[in-house]
Design a binder for this molecule. Structure first.
Ligand code: DC
Length: 221
């Protein structure tokens, strides 16, 4: 049986950075499920779908063929045969992903793909519903969080490093609103699985968090 580690939590908690480190250390494959929702969102944008039109989203998602490959340890997302890694990290795609990931048909399709991936290889998978819906039998479940202020500070640093002007208070307000949306949606809301270990990264370094998760995994297996 392949091994599975699930890492869920709100945006900005450091899930992907930490999941990559844990996967590398344990020799597992890192699966970024947010990238799949982003690829689906890109497809919606390319087809000029209104984010509020759930019927159209349900219909359109049927013709999106999303596949994942790992090339030199990096996850590559293909949308209908095209590598879309460099196209899915924009604000526009993120906003559409936030709207289209609410759709039950989109979720069903991507959850099936995620479950299939985890059947044959050892994975560290991150997202919002991995421990609760995608991999309910994961060997280890982590709910990774950090205070909204700390997450806003991290985002502020990223944006200012890119030369973008922004306000930390506005970023924090956006984070609080997004947390509320993510945890109150009808389909697969963001919530800690009953058997997940809560890790608060507010006062921890990336290495400390990764080390703690690896230690938790080793103590269980
Ligand atoms: O983690 P991210 O920002 O790349 O995620 C993009 C969007 O997809 C975000 O709005 C949350 C959503 N998402 C989800 O609903 N379920 C997942 N398992 C992963 C991401």
């Amino acid at each position: 049986m392949s091994k599975k580690i699930a890492i869920d939590g709100p945006a900005g908690a450091g899930k992907s950075t930490i999941a990559k480190l844990v996967a590398k250390d344990l020799g597992f494959i890192y699966v970024d499920t947010g990238a799949m929702y982003r690829a689906m969102a890109l497809y919606m944008i390319n087809n000029k779908i209104d984010p509020a039109d759930s019927e159209k989203i349900s219909e359109t998602c049927k013709s999106a063929d999303i596949t994942i490959k790992h090339e030199n340890g990096i996850q590559v997302v293909y949308l209908n045969g095209e590598n879309v890694n460099s196209l899915i990290r924009t604000e526009a795609v993120g906003n559409m992903a936030s709207a289209s990931s609410v759709n039950g048909d989109v979720r069903k399709k991507l959850v099936e793909l995620q479950q299939k991936l985890a059947e044959t290889v050892d994975v560290v998978m991150d997202g919002r519903d991995i421990g609760t819906v995608v991999l309910p039998n994961a060997d280890l479940k982590i709910f990774l969080t950090a205070s909204s202020r700390v997450r806003a500070e991290r985002r502020f640093k990223e944006l200012t490093a890119k030369g973008e002007e922004c306000s930390i208070d506005v970023i924090e307000k956006d984070i609080i609103e997004r947390d509320y949306r993510d945890s109150h949606r009808e389909n697969s809301p963001l919530k800690q699985a009953d058997d997940a270990v809560l890790v608060d990264s507010s006062n921890m370094t990336i290495e400390e968090v990764a080390g703690r998760i690896i230690e938790l995994y080793r103590s269980k297996s």
